[in-house]
Design a protein around this ligand. Structure first.
Ligand code: RTP
Ligand code: MG
Length: 181
């Protein structure tokens, strides 16, 4: 069985401030819930500036994909164009965005959840995201793309540890859930 050989993973999914402000929390959560992944952590949270800085300025800007930019055509341009103070300005815009209002932090578990969640979310630029994806259906601007999803199982674990405290995560066993296997 293909499925049996795949790993159970965790992904950190976050509804960004624009998603909360626009009343899309239920809509976004339901996409992951209906897909069949298991919710292990959920909170409404005002991200402190320090945490945003950790996310975007050190390891986390990698968490949020700076290293990934090399692979994305659009972003190669971005990487070339943004150096020194321009890069600082871009990062501080990202920090202002993510601290501009409450976010919804989620930990989702499942087989292949990291890649699958990114498919459900769609391309970084919502105008290029396929219809049927969260960004394809609900967003227009790259800088207001409503949701974050981890880009690797390693980052999934790391981001969950960064955004949740111990005791905020619940490991529960679904009573009867053949659809989760
Ligand atoms: P995310 O990390 O939020 O799930 O998004 P992603 O993987 O699809 O994209 P990533 O390359 O990791 O970029 C992280 C976030 O930075 C903002 N961004 N703006 N103006 C731009 O060209 C640009 N590139 C990235 C977006 O908010 C993106 O989601
Ligand atoms: Mg990313």
């Amino acid at each position: 069985h293909l499925v049996a050989s795949m790993e159970v993973e965790e992904s950190y999914i976050m509804i960004k401030p624009d998603g909360v402000q626009r009343g899309l929390v239920g809509e976004i959560i339901s996409r992951f819930e209906k897909k069949g992944f298991k919710l292990k952590g959920l909170k409404l949270f005002e991200c402190p500036k320090e945490l945003a800085e950790v996310c975007f300025l050190s390891t986390g800007f990698r968490n949020f994909g700076y290293s990934v930019h090399v692979e994305i055509e659009d972003c190669v341009v971005l990487k070339r164009a943004l150096q020194g103070s321009e890069l600082q300005a871009f990062l501080s815009q990202l920090i202002s965005y993510i601290t501009s209002g409450p976010v919804v932090c989620m930990a989702w578990e499942g087989v292949g959840v990291v890649a699958s969640a990114r498919k459900l979310i769609g391309a970084t630029n919502p105008l290029q995201a396929e219809p049927g994806t969260i960004r394809g259906d609900l967003a227009v601007q790259t800088g207001r793309n409503v949701v974050h999803g981890s880009d690797s199982p390693e980052n999934g674990k790391r981001e969950i540890a960064l955004w949740f405290k111990e005791g905020e995560l619940t490991d529960w066993t679904p009573v009867q859930a053949p659809w989760l296997i």
